[in-house]
Design a protein around this ligand. Structure first.
Ligand SMILES: Nc1ncnc2c1ncn2[C@@H]1O[C@H](COP(=O)(O)OP(=O)(O)OP(=O)(O)O)[C@@H](O)[C@H]1O
Ligand SMILES: [Mg+2]
Length: 319
């Protein structure tokens, strides 16, 4: 999956004014070693831009190491990042280098920064302040020899205000900010991106040459793209697989399905839906929007993750 994501990403589509501005800033900061924070809605291409920045940097010949913050269990954080010495804990039958050592000479990307637990935030802050670290159970101080990039889909300023993210860490990371605009503000890129993905999936699945009909292109341009570039990519992949013949037409695109929220309330009122039914429908809608990320969905809904899971069970919403 990840590999496929990268393979289609060989062409950086950035023809819209918003993306051209972004690339201008990117070029200015690429060669320095400054920390760059890449923010933007989910699926806008933050990871993609981060890799591009690495390739344009003085460290391009070095490794690019990505650390997915959301998937790091609290107890694995240190051994994963810093590595460990033989015998430092029961499973440590030999010395292992951590991801930071692997990134030496290159770039390290902390992806999904907003998901870091408070103890992890403290350790990251220390790392950035001291620019060196030790393996677990080790005494040797190893310099951090990697450019640091971070991405976050959530509003970190707000997370700081709400006390969920350390202010001192935020300032360390907020040196250069690149904002990747949502796809709906990059109308000029939609057509080109769709064509790039169409070619990629046609080849991948061994399908004949295909083109979009004018109707299909119109629909792509009008859609709001809550899931941004990733949604567009999935929609095109689906269309390549299911459309017959040499054209991809509007109905092949499977778009416009999840009801907009005002529409949901309108229909609900007309059909005499109960409050619980509306709540269940709204939760489903938000889970769709956050692609099943409970932490993010809970934040949008303004309830705890635990309450969200309880409601999900009560309403029988599948995960
Ligand atoms: N400008 C672009 N040109 C070509 N492909 C792109 C572009 N931007 C994004 N993509 C593709 O869109 C998909 C989503 O991009 P990416 O994973 O970088 O998004 P993201 O913002 O990191 O998402 P998330 O917040 O979920 O981590 C990837 O398959 C990527 O290759
Ligand atoms: Mg990403």
């Amino acid at each position: 999956m990840k590999q496929q994501e990268q393979a289609a990403g060989e062409v950086l589509v950035a023809g819209s004014p918003a993306m051209r501005r972004l690339l201008e800033t990117l070029d200015k900061v690429a060669s320095s070693d400054a920390v760059v924070r890449i923010c933007g809605e989910s699926g806008t291409g933050k990871g993609y831009i981060a890799r591009h920045l690495h390739q344009r940097s003085a460290r391009a010949a070095g490794p690019f190491v990505e650390i997915a913050c959301a998937n790091l269990p609290e107890n694995l954080f240190e051994s994963e990042l810093f590595g460990y010495e033989k015998g430092s804990h029961t499973d440590a039958s030999e010395t292992r280098r951590g991801r930071l050592e692997e990134a030496a000479g290159g770039t390290v990307l902390f992806d999904g920064l907003g998901e870091l637990a408070p103890t992890q935030q403290a350790k990251l802050l220390r790392l950035l302040q001291e620019r060196c670290f030790e393996r677990l159970g080790g005494h040797e101080s190893i310099p951090l020899n990697a450019r640091v990039l971070v991405t976050s889909a959530e509003d970190l300023e707000q997370a700081v205000e709400q006390g969920r993210f350390r202010r001192d860490l935020f300032y360390r990371l907020d040196v250069v900010r690149l904002e990747v605009p949502p796809l709906r503000e990059r109308a000029d890129d939609i057509d080109r991106l769709a064509t790039v993905f169409l070619r990629h999936y046609r080849k991948l699945y061994g399908k004949p040459m295909k083109v979009f009909t004018a109707d299909a292109r119109g629909l792509l341009r009008r859609h709001r793209w809550p899931g941004n570039v990733r949604e567009l990519r999935n929609v095109v992949e689906h269309a390549v697989l299911t459309s017959e013949g040499r054209e991809v037409d509007a109905p092949d695109l499977r778009l416009g399905r999840p009801p907009a929220i005002p529409q949901l309330l309108e229909d609900g009122a007309r059909q005499g839906m109960s409050l619980a039914e509306v709540e269940a429908a709204y939760i489903r809608r938000v889970l769709l929007e956050t692609r099943g990320n409970y932490t993010r969905a809970a934040r949008v809904l303004g309830i705890s993750r635990k309450t969200l899971l309880q409601k999900r069970r009560r309403y029988g919403i599948p995960d």
